[in-house]
Design a protein around this ligand. Structure first.
Ligand SMILES: NC(=O)c1ccc[n+]([C@@H]2O[C@H](COP(=O)([O-])OP(=O)(O)OC[C@H]3O[C@@H](n4cnc5c(N)ncnc54)[C@H](OP(=O)(O)O)[C@@H]3O)[C@@H](O)[C@H]2O)c1
Length: 316
């Protein structure tokens, strides 16, 4: 038996969990060790984590028995769900419920639940500034995470509620990078007006989570929001222009236009950006940069992230 505190990391082969697993594994004197949960222990990513020193175990958030096994003997767990894998709020709530019950079963000392605000507190279903989606949501992938918060609380789990931010990695993987318009110029398109979008390098979310675990039980019961920077679309476009050495404009579109783009999730994301635009003060206020930097002293700025990742951003 390891005397180290085991952190079971859900989504360890992915963005948030990967950042946390690597943060733990790169700090061997810390007293923590990482248990990486994956559906496929034989994947290259899983093997990569094992090489770094992780214990790799099989688990699926749809299967509570597998989670109970995977959490057994751990001290803490990082719990994240995968909305975009199925685009079902109900399934996301079910996954989170499985995670909470498995954490309770294992008697974990500290759980971090990667969640979001319930946007219906700001824009009730009766408020038509944002269209209601899937019958009872304004921003489904936010609201469903928030709906699961009470499961962690009701079970009396020692939980830190982590509010994450827009990954700058979306400019690489989510098709949000600069695209050439009809004028032949590159632009990033966001329906944010002149408001600031809290953003973060996905890797830094995991590093912030590690900072929370390192505070022992200090954050339990608290909600902590993290971001690397709060930037307007124009500020991000200017950073792209500097780093890519060619002009990148900010294409500010109305949320209705963004919702009509037709890609899977366009309506959800259009609502999300509109909410961030129209409730900027509270949304930005929930994600304090000094808090994130205290948890993760190597927190990246957008310029630094871009300098390191510009070669990975597809330019269409
Ligand atoms: N994109 C953004 O800007 C952003 C910002 C903040 C929050 N989020 C939220 O982040 C969440 C996703 O987290 P992420 O970005 O870290 O995920 P990710 O990078 O897509 O990685 C997910 C990993 O989790 C594993 N996984 C997928 N389905 C699973 C399942 N049923 N059971 C167990 N493991 C499963 C996969 O690993 P294996 O194949 O190895 O099992 C995968 O490598 C979403 O709910 C999203 O709303 C996204």
């Amino acid at each position: 038996m390891s005397e180290k505190r085991i952190i079971a990391v859900v989504g360890a082969t992915g963005a948030q969990g990967g950042g946390l697993a690597r943060a733990i594994l790169s700090d061997p004197g810390s007293g923590f060790t990482a248990r990486a949960l994956t559906r496929d222990v034989n994947s290259d990513k899983a093997k990569g984590l094992a090489k770094l020193g992780a214990e790799v175990v099989a688990a699926n958030v749809d299967d509570v028995a597998s989670l109970k096994r995977a959490f057994q003997g751990a001290w803490g767990a990082y719990c994240v769900t995968f909305f975009w894998a199925h685009v079902s709020p109900e399934r996301e709530v079910a996954s989170a419920t499985n995670l909470a019950h498995a954490a309770k079963h294992a008697g974990l000392q500290h759980v971090i639940w990667s969640t979001f605000e319930d946007t219906r507190k700001w824009v009730p279903l009766s408020d038509h500034r944002l269209p209601t989606l899937m019958g009872k949501y304004k921003v489904p992938h936010f609201d469903s995470k928030a709906e699961a918060d009470h499961v962690f609380t009701d079970l009396g789990l020692p939980t830190t509620f982590l509010l994450t931010s827009f990954y700058w990695d979306n400019f690489i993987y989510f098709g949000m990078g600069p695209k050439k318009g009809p004028d032949g110029k590159f632009a990033i398109t966001l329906p944010m007006g002149d408001k600031k979008l809290p953003g973060i390098a996905a890797e830094d979310i995991g590093k912030c989570a590690y900072g929370i675990f390192k505070k022992d039980r200090g954050f339990i019961g608290k909600t902590v929001g993290v971001a690397g920077e709060h930037l307007t679309g124009a500020e991000m476009a200017a950073a792209f222009t500097r780093e890519l050495g060619q002009e990148v404009r900010y294409n500010d579109v109305p949320p209705d236009v963004y919702r009509s783009f037709g890609f899977p999730g366009a309506a959800d994301l259009g609502n999300m950006f509109q909410l961030k635009r129209d409730f900027q003060e509270v949304y930005v206020g929930n994600r304090k940069l000094d808090v994130a930097r205290a948890l993760n002293p190597s927190l990246q700025t957008f310029a630094r992230w871009l300098a390191q990742n510009k070669g990975r951003i597809p330019l269409e």
